[in-house]
Design a binder for this molecule. Structure first.
Ligand code: GDP
Length: 473
């Protein structure tokens, strides 16, 4: 069965390329919708895009995508993307990983990439039959949420950024030692590149430790995901305690590199990629943060609020000027990996997702964008199961564990009905959840037997697609 589906996908690709040769001018004038897919590292961007594309090509599992359900999507095929210098999202390799005989998760997002999926549509409305098919190009742009977070740096001087970063370090794992090392250095000594590199390495190692412990705000974003800039001077600096910056000193050079990071890394990203988006999905591993504890949840909430500042820039700010009248007009906040929960808990996860972005969302709504919170699984790796356990029934999910390949049933803990039960202790800086324990398991992707016309199994990916692109189909 899979061979059939792969064949159909491959067909789609070739057809698309032929089609492109035939009608460059046609596709030039066809409407384009640019969909940004972001989220912090391991939020699920790669899996989301791969499954979305596969499920748009084979639409058998997309009943909530109204145009697909009504048969108005005639075909969907991949085309060469419009941006010659952007890496292509490697759909084929990622899809092959997920649907292999021994399926495995694809490699995660490390940098920005793009893919164009063209949808051939029946004309809508009463004239539909008369006007003939039309085409919509969906340009999907994948980029790390860490890069979006760098927006916060634009308004800060090197010293302001240093002060904020050093203050935060004390309470984070690995932070105290890194902070002590930075405090001990003679910042006014003449720049020594070996010392500079040592400090930058130590600082990057701390950011990595903090990220692994569940902290979200670990700027500068490229320190964790450097792309092709690894090792370059714009990524070789670290925060320093306040003091005068003598010419030629370490502090003067770090100040210069920080400013170069803003003007040569952050600003171009917003100009070249972010400013051109029409729609945005922000993927959030809320379950992972809940598992990591109240501090991780509060950090995630704050990070999301900061990130979303990008979607409501003031007209006077440089980003506001850059965007002009153009704005992202729909933003979806999706809690990913909902297949870790039995469906009886999905509404609770959605409520938590909503609470995490409540403040930020109010402001983005105000700026005219429609927003929605959902819980989804781009690729369903589990099945549901109900068991009797010590006299009560437990709603579980069962899947193959990533670590040892065993099939196991799993109960992650009961999420509260009222998200405030999690949000309040998080805001108050609690160390641990009072009377609850939340587990996460990593499941391997399940073996697929896809029927012709069906994409990989998911949870509410069709509803997500309806919100993001449905009105344009
Ligand atoms: P990225 O860093 O945002 O590109 O994240 P990925 O898409 O690579 O996802 C990171 C990891 O999260 C994957 O390797 C999977 O282990 C897990 N994951 C992502 N999406 C799903 C999903 O829908 N269901 C389950 N069970 N796990 C998922």
């Amino acid at each position: 069965m899979r061979a059939v589906v792969l064949g159909r996908l491959a067909d789609g690709v070739t057809r698309g390329i032929e089609g492109f040769g035939r009608s460059v001018s046609e596709s030039f004038f066809d409407p384009t919708l640019r969909l940004g897919v972001t989220g912090l590292s391991r939020a699920g961007k790669t899996v989301f895009i791969t499954s979305l594309i596969a499920n748009l090509i084979d639409r058998g599992r997309m009943p909530q995508l109204v145009a697909a359900a009504e048969g108005r999507v005639l075909s969907a095929f991949l085309q060469p993307q419009p941006d010659d210098t952007l890496p292509r999202f490697d759909f084929e390799t990622h899809y092959a990983a997920l649907t292999a005989t021994d399926p495995h998760w694809p490699e995660s997002t490390r940098a920005v990439s793009e893919l164009r999926l063209s949808l051939r549509l029946r004309g809508a409305g009463i004239l539909g039959g008369v006007t003939g098919p039309r085409t919509l190009h969906l340009d999907i742009v994948d980029y790390p949420g860490e890069w979006l977070l760098d927006l916060g740096l634009m308004a800060k001087s090197y010293q302001e950024w240093s002060d904020d970063t050093l203050a935060r370090m004390a309470e984070r794992p690995g932070g105290a030692e890194a902070q002590a090392a930075l405090a001990a250095v003679d910042a006014n000594a003449k720049l020594d590149e070996t010392v500079a590199q040592g400090l930058a390495h130590g600082f990057t190692a701390y950011l990595r430790t903090a990220r692994a412990a569940g902290f979200s705000d670990c700027t500068p974003g490229r320190f964790l995901l450097p792309g092709e800039m690894a090792g370059s001077p714009v990524l070789t600096f670290a925060p320093l305690p306040p003091g005068r910056a003598k010419r030629g000193s370490l502090r003067a050079e770090f100040t210069r590199r920080y400013d170069a990071y803003k003007s040569k890394v952050v600003q171009p990203f917003f100009r070249d990629h972010f400013a051109r988006l029409d729609r945005q999905v922000v993927l959030v591993d809320a379950l992972g943060a809940i598992h990591d504890g109240p501090r991780a949840v509060e950090d995630l909430r704050r990070t999301l609020a900061d990130t979303l500042g990008a979607f409501r820039p003031g007209a006077a700010s440089w980003l506001g000027r850059l965007l002009g009248a153009r704005r992202v007009d729909r933003i979806l906040f999706a809690a990913t990996k909902a297949d870790h929960l039995h469906h009886t808990q999905h509404a609770r996860l959605t409520a938590i997702m909503g609470a995490l972005v409540q403040d930020a969302r109010r402001r983005a709504d105000f700026a005219g964008a429609r927003t929605e919170a959902m819980s989804i699984a781009a690729l369903r790796a589990t099945v549901e199961e109900t068991r009797d356990h010590q006299g009560r029934t437990l709603d579980l999910v069962r899947g193959r564990l990533l670590d040892d390949g065993r099939v196991a049933a799993f109960y992650p803990g009961a999420l509260p009905e009222d998200p405030g039960v999690l949000m309040a202790p998080a805001r108050e800086g609690a160390e641990a959840w009072l009377d609850a324990d939340y587990q996460v398991m990593r499941f391997a992707p399940a073996k697929q037997t896809l029927k012709p016309g069906e994409g990989p199994p998911h949870i509410r990916l069709d509803r997500a697609a309806q919100f993001l692109i449905g009105d344009r189909l």
